[in-house]
Design a protein around this ligand. Structure first.
Ligand code: HEC
Length: 212
């Protein structure tokens, strides 16, 4: 009888002792049934310990040049240098899925008004509010020959990577959005009347310049 009690007390004492084991860092102390606490499958961002003692994350960085499924159009195979710029001007063409329709230009205007208007100004004349406040050198007007004759591929390149004082919009705007903005930039390039203040994109003939 006594020996049974001894065994039970012994087991209880051992359990209590085990429960009091010191935890440290990633070590949570002795565990009775670790299988129940830890999923066998890798969990995102959990730090694991390899036998070697090296810690590693289960959320691996994708292999360089990995492309997410369905995101092929995000690939921009041009380096951010003068050669890349020159090639992009020649080779990069608008996505077929984003033609310069009224809806796309209107969406381009919406995106322009959010992202670009502060510097480029309402009509793209390089007179945005922060330029007027003398906080920023004026960007070239979209109506200037320099921008008017710049190939769409060059615009796409500069919007993607940024250029000198202009930040990169590749991380903020999807390829579709970048092309919509470019359609609107092209639209503004053809508004020669410097006294124009209001744009009505529903006006007849707004796409005429694309037909030329
Ligand atoms: C912080 C101010 C600023 C903002 C915001 C800005 N730009 Fe610019 N942008 C500039 C400046 C400055 C230049 C002239 C860069 C140069 O040639 O040195 C420029 C140049 C450009 C060019 C000509 C690029 C080239 O290759 O010559 C285009 C096109 C353009 N911007 C479009 C945009 C669009 C579209 C947006 C919004 C998505 C935008 N910019 C937002 C300041 C800005």
């Amino acid at each position: 009888m006594y020996s049974k009690i001894k065994i039970v007390v012994g087991i209880i004492a051992l359990t209590v002792f085990a429960a009091c084991s010191q935890s440290e860092g990633n070590f949570a102390g002795w565990e009775y049934a670790p299988d129940m606490y830890y999923a066998k499958g890798p969990e995102a961002y959990r730090i694991l310990q390899k036998d070697t003692g090296n810690t590693f994350k289960s959320m691996w960085t994708p292999v360089t040049n990995t492309i997410a499924r369905g995101k092929l159009e995000y690939v921009f195979p041009y380096n951010n240098d003068t050669i890349g710029y020159r090639l992009a001007k020649k080779e990069v063409k608008c996505l077929e899925s984003v033609p310069p329709t009224l809806i796309n230009i209107q969406e381009g205007k919406r995106l322009f008004d959010i992202n670009c208007i502060v510097c480029h100004g309402k009509l793209g004349r390089g007179d945005g509010t922060i330029v007027k406040d003398d906080k920023y050198p004026p960007p070239p007007a979209y109506q200037s020959v320099q921008i008017k004759t710049l190939e769409d591929g060059g615009k796409y390149f500069s919007i993607t990577y940024g250029k000198n004082n202009m930040g990169a919009y590749g991380p903020n705007l999807s390829p579709e959005e970048r092309w919509k903005v470019i359609h609107y930039v092209n639209y503004l390039s053809h508004i020669e009347d410097s006294t124009a203040t209001l744009l009505d994109l529903k006006e007849e003939g707004y796409l005429d310049f694309y037909k030329k």
